[in-house]
Unconditional design. Structure first.
Length: 491
C-alpha cells in the first residue's frame, strides 16, 4: 500500500444560458446515473431542466449509455440530430456562480494540450462529487517490488530511527502496509541484527486482503530463513487493513509504516470546482480532504497504541507536503500525469467522467503541522511520546542516475532522459494503477478486462509527454518521519 501522489487536471465546460429557459433563476442539477437493472435517477432543482430528462428517456436509453454515446463510445449509436437536441437541452442548466461569466465554452485542457482533439462533453454539474465508500487498496500485482524506487529511498532515509534491542530475547515486529514486501526487508533485518543470539523474532507483515500475498510470501521466504539458527524467525502474513486492530493488544514491540499512512479509510463525499486551475485545484483538494485525513490519522495512532506494549516504538515515513517556509514543494509528477491523462481523453481513450473519478484518489499528503496536530489530539497525546518528527525531501533515485549519465556523456542525454521517464512513470503506475483500473471497471463493467492494456498505453503516452515537455522535471517528495515511544497510558 505505498503511495503515489496523484492530482489530475479536469477538463470541463461552462454552459451558456439557453433563451428558451426564460429569465428565471437557474439552479444546479445533479444527474445521477445507475446501472442497476437499467434504472436511471435524476435529482433536479430546476424545472427548466425537465427537458433533459424528456430527451434522455425518449428511446428507453438509460443515462449511462447516453453519456457514453456522447463521449464517442456508445453502447449503441445516437444520431447527430438527437445529440444536438440533448446538448441544447443541457444549455438550459446554468450552474450558479457562472451567470456573470461570458457565454462561452471554457476548455481547461488548453493549459496542457493546446493541439489535441477535444471530446464534446457538457457537464451538468459544475462540481464533482463522490459517495463515501471504503477504500480498496492493492498495489499493482507483480510490479510493485521492482518499481517502487522512491518509496525504497524514503524507507532508507528512516533507518536511523530504528532503536537497539540487544537486551531482548523475544521481539514482535509489525510492518503495516507491506505491499509485496521489497521495502519491508531492510528495516526488519536491521531490527533483527540488534538481537542477541538465541532470540526469537516474530515478524508480522500486514496488508489488505486485496494485496498480492503470493509475491509477498515469496519475498518473505527469500529473505528470512533459519539457516544460521542464531535467531529464530517466525513470519506471519495478515490480510487485514490497518484501519482495524491487526495484532493482539500490547503485543508489538516495534511497528513500521513506509509510504502507506497517507491512504484514507474512506473516499469522502466532496465537491471540487472542476473549472479551477491546477494549482487552485490542488489547494482545494487538500482542504477538502483535510478533515477526514485528520480523523483517520488519529484513529491510526490510537490503533497502533493499542497494539504496542509500553516502551515499544512506532516508526513511520508519511508522504506529504513541504513544511512551512520551505520554498521547494513536493513534485510527485502531477503535471506529467495530467499531460498523459488529458492526451488520452483527447484521443478518446479515456472518458471525462472516468477522469473525474480518478481525481478522487483516496490519499491525503499531510503537512508536518497536520501530523503534529493529530499527535497533539487529546485522544492521542497521552499514548505516545514523540521522540522525533522531521520532514525530509526524498528525490526519485532515477533522477540522480539520469544526471550522472548526462555528465559522463552528453550525447546520450535523450536516451538517459527516456530511461528516467520510464522509471518515474512506471513507479507511479505501479502504485496507483490499481485505483485507475477500479474506476474503469466501474465505468465499463466488471467484465471489462482491458486494465493492463490501458496502463501500458498510458505509460507509453506519458513517457512521450515527459521527454518532449518535461525534460528538466525533478521528481521529489516531502516525507514526514516520526518516531513514537509508547507510554504507560491505556489505549
Amino acid at each position: 500500500m505505498k503511495f503515489p501522489l496523484l492530482r489530475v487536471l479536469f477538463f470541463t465546460t461552462l454552459f451558456s444560458s439557453g433563451e428558451a429557459c426564460g429569465k428565471k433563476k437557474k439552479e444546479i442539477i445533479t444527474w445521477k446515473c445507475s446501472n442497476d437493472e437499467g434504472g436511471t435517477n435524476y435529482y433536479k432543482t430546476d424545472e427548466c431542466c425537465e427537458r433533459i430528462k424528456g430527451e434522455l428517456d425518449k428511446d428507453g436509453m438509460n443515462c449511462n449509455e447516453e453519456l457514453k454515446g456522447m463521449l464517442g463510445k456508445p453502447k449503441r449509436e445516437i444520431s447527430k440530430k438527437r445529440r444536438e437536441r440533448i446538448l441544447e437541452a443541457m444549455q438550459c442548466c446554468h450552474p450558479p456562480g457562472t451567470e456573470k461569466k461570458a457565454p462561452k465554452i471554457k476548455i481547461i485542457t488548453t493549459i496542457l494540450q493546446p493541439t489535441v482533439l477535444r471530446p464534446r462533453m457538457f457537464l451538468l454539474n459544475k462540481a464533482m462529487a463522490s459517495n463515501q465508500n471504503a477504500v480498496r487498496i492493492a498495489m499493482r500485482d507483480k510490479h510493485y517490488n521492482e518499481r517502487s524506487e522512491i518509496q525504497n529511498a524514503a524507507m532508507k532515509a528512516g533507518l536511523d530511527l530504528i532503536p537497539d534491542f540487544s537486551d531482548r530475547d523475544n521481539l514482535v515486529v509489525v510492518d503495516y502496509g507491506t505491499a509485496q514486501g521489497a521495502n519491508s526487508i531492510e528495516p526488519v533485518k536491521k531490527v533483527i541484527s540488534t538481537l542477541p543470539d538465541g532470540a526469537i523474532a516474530s515478524l508480522i507483515f500486514e496488508d489488505t486482503p486485496f494485496n498480492d500475498f503470493g509475491t509477498l510470501a515469496k519475498t518473505v521466504s527469500d529473505n528470512f530463513t533459519n539457516q544460521d539458527n542464531k535467531i529464530q524467525i517466525v513470519p506471519s502474513l495478515v490480510p487485514l487493513g490497518f484501519y482495524q486492530q491487526v495484532v493482539p493488544t500490547g503485543q508489538a514491540d516495534i511497528g513500521f509504516s513506509w509510504s502507506s499512512f497517507n491512504y484514507l479509510e474512506n473516499v469522502p463525499s466532496v465537491s471540487l470546482d472542476a473549472t479551477a486551475s491546477p494549482a487552485e485545484f490542488a489547494v482545494a483538494r487538500h482542504r477538502a480532504l483535510a478533515a477526514a485525513a485528520h480523523t483517520d490519522l488519529i484513529k491510526l495512532f490510537k490503533l497502533r497504541a493499542k497494539e504496542t506494549r509500553s516502551g515499544g516504538y512506532f516508526i513511520a515515513a508519511i508522504g506529504g507536503q513541504a513544511p512551512e517556509g520551505e520554498s521547494t514543494p513536493s513534485k510527485p509528477g502531477s503535471q506529467v500525469l495530467q499531460a498523459g491523462l488529458m492526451r488520452m481523453v483527447g484521443e478518446g481513450k479515456l472518458a471525462l467522467a472516468e477522469l473525474m473519478q480518478m481525481a478522487l484518489f483516496p490519499s491525503h499528503e499531510r503537512t508536518p503541522k497536520e501530523v503534529e496536530a493529530a499527535l497533539k489530539d487529546e485522544a492521542v497525546a497521552p499514548l505516545w511520546e514523540v521522540e522525533s518528527l522531521e520532514p525530509k525531501l526524498i528525490v526519485q533515485p532515477a533522477w540522480h542516475v539520469y544526471q550522472d549519465k548526462i555528465k559522463t556523456d552528453e550525447s546520450k542525454k535523450d536516451e538517459a532522459l527516456e530511461e528516467y521517464a520510464q522509471v518515474a512513470i512506471n513507479n507511479v503506475v505501479s502504485a496507483s494503477g490499481w485505483f485507475w483500473v477500479d474506476v474503469l471497471k466501474k465505468s465499463r463493467g466488471q467484465d471489462w478486462d482491458g486494465g493492463e492494456a490501458f496502463l501500458e498505453e498510458f505509460i507509453n503516452i506519458t513517457v512521450e509527454e515527459f521527454v518532449t515537455k518535461f525534460t528538466d522535471f525533478k521528481l521529489e517528495i516531502w516525507y514526514n518521519y516520526i518516531k513514537l515511544k509508547r507510554t504507560d497510558e491505556k489505549a
